[in-house]
Design a protein around this ligand. Structure first.
Ligand SMILES: NC(=O)c1ccc[n+]([C@@H]2O[C@H](COP(=O)([O-])OP(=O)(O)OC[C@H]3O[C@@H](n4cnc5c(N)ncnc54)[C@H](OP(=O)(O)O)[C@@H]3O)[C@@H](O)[C@H]2O)c1
Ligand SMILES: [Zn+2]
Ligand SMILES: [Zn+2]
Length: 362
């Protein structure tokens, strides 16, 4: 970690939750000065990830209030530290979940710094100087340039914002399993929300057969027509689940709430992998029999490293992949969070932080 910027002198306007009601209100706080390795970003847009909701409501019991959520941040660079390479004023930049890592361990040295034990997050983290990190529901961010990426010119900034968390979180497992830019497998996506809808887009862009496994029959038409899914399986329908048994090579589970893994595991072929990225607050039960009888594996993963994040964004630029978003003004964050909690979003809320969009907003 670069340790050069101890002074928190800059006043920033943002939005924070103050207790487990999760209610978001305007909040003014301080950020550090722009250090020699830092860039300052005028934030234009920030996505509302379900993780923001988990934190605002202290679902995981780890929230340090007041919490300024937001780790799907895009904006324009306004200041560049003297030692920064690869960024200049005016660049379109993105920041995801990572604020600091040790840069010295085996994971940091192999571009898997998202698995560093000293990892600190963009919000609700403790930075090296002891300060609590504040996220993208705010007008300005100072970020170590090591954790900043370029947003391809071809992508709309608002619809690209959720790629910084939702995008990399589903891209990284696909890459790890050799499923990027190489098609022909049968992939399942459980939960068609922010993460899930990007996973469907990636799966189709890379040439796979993609099945959505969902609790919401109302999403079927969109999943197939707009997102290009090949199959839509309603998880509460035993016949549909039975018909799909042993049909999939790889499943991404993006579900945010409690659910049963047994019926999902039965959808995997022998030797298939269930990859969990959703983070319900209660432990999921892992039944032994579908693993034993199908030689199946269950894994999990957290976001992805910065090198992979840039690669993912560049691939999105090439395939013109962005997120399906509902753009809101900061005044409507609480309504958006409530709708997200009620599974009522297609498929990501993005906050127009700077009021720079000409698109009509709710
Ligand atoms: N591992 C990581 O690095 C990482 C990164 C980002 C987010 N996350 C976590 O991933 C999860 C999803 O995030 P998101 O932003 O995509 O959330 P989201 O937009 O709310 O999507 C989650 C989807 O899961 C399904 N679902 C919700 N509750 C369910 C339940 N009880 N049983 C079955 N299905 C349910 C719904 O899809 P259907 O209507 O289709 O059923 C919903 O749209 C969250 O827990 C978040 O914290 C993890
Ligand atoms: Zn997230
Ligand atoms: Zn490390």
């Amino acid at each position: 970690m670069a340790k050069t910027t101890p002074n928190h002198t800059q006043t920033v306007s943002g939005w924070a939750a103050h207790d487990s009601s999760g209610k978001i209100t305007p909040y003014t706080f301080k950020r550090r000065e722009n250090g020699e390795n830092d860039v300052t970003i005028k934030i234009l847009y920030c996505g509302i990830c379900h993780t923001d909701l988990h934190h605002a409501k202290n679902d995981w019991g780890i929230t340090m209030y007041p919490v300024v959520p937001g780790h799907e941040i895009v904006g324009v660079i306004t200041k560049v530290g003297s030692k920064v390479k690869g960024f200049k004023e005016g660049d379109r930049a993105g920041v995801g979940c990572l604020a600091a890592t040790c840069l010295d361990c085996e994971y940091c040295k192999s571009d898997q710094e998202n698995y560093c034990q000293q990892l600190q997050f963009t919000y609700n983290g403790i930075f090296w100087d002891g300060s609590i990190t504040y996220g993208g529901y705010s007008q300005m961010l100072v970020a170590d340039s090591r954790y900043v990426v370029h947003i391809p010119e071809s992508l709309a900034m608002d619809a690209a914002a959720p790629l910084l968390c939702a995008g990399i979180t589903v891209f990284s497992p696909l890459k790890d399993h050799d499923l990027v830019e190489k098609g022909g497998k049968r992939i399942g996506v459980v939960g068609l929300g922010g993460l899930g809808h990007v996973a469907v887009k990636f799966g189709k862009a890379f040439g796979h057969h993609v099945s959505v496994i969902s609790t919401s029959p109302s999403k079927e038409a969109e999943a197939k027509q707009r997102l290009g899914a090949d199959e839509f399986i309603v998880s509460s329908n035993p016949k549909e689940m039975q018909d799909a048994s042993r049909s999939l090579d790889f499943i991404l589970d993006t579900v945010s709430g409690e659910h049963s893994l047994l019926p999902i595991l039965e959808l995997l072929k022998v030797n298939g992998t269930l990859f969990i990225v959703g983070a319900p607050d209660k432990p999921l039960q892992l039944p032994a029999f579908p693993l034993i009888f199908g030689k199946r594996a269950v894994k999990g993963g957290i976001i992805g490293g910065i090198k992979d994040t840039q690669e993912m964004l560049d691939i999105c630029g090439k395939h013109n992949i962005t997120c399906d978003i509902e753009l809101i003004s900061p005044h409507h964050i609480n309504e958006a969070m409530e709708r997200l909690a009620n599974n009522d979003v297609r498929y990501r809320f993005v906050i127009d932080i700077a009021g720079s969009s000409s698109t009509p907003q709710s």
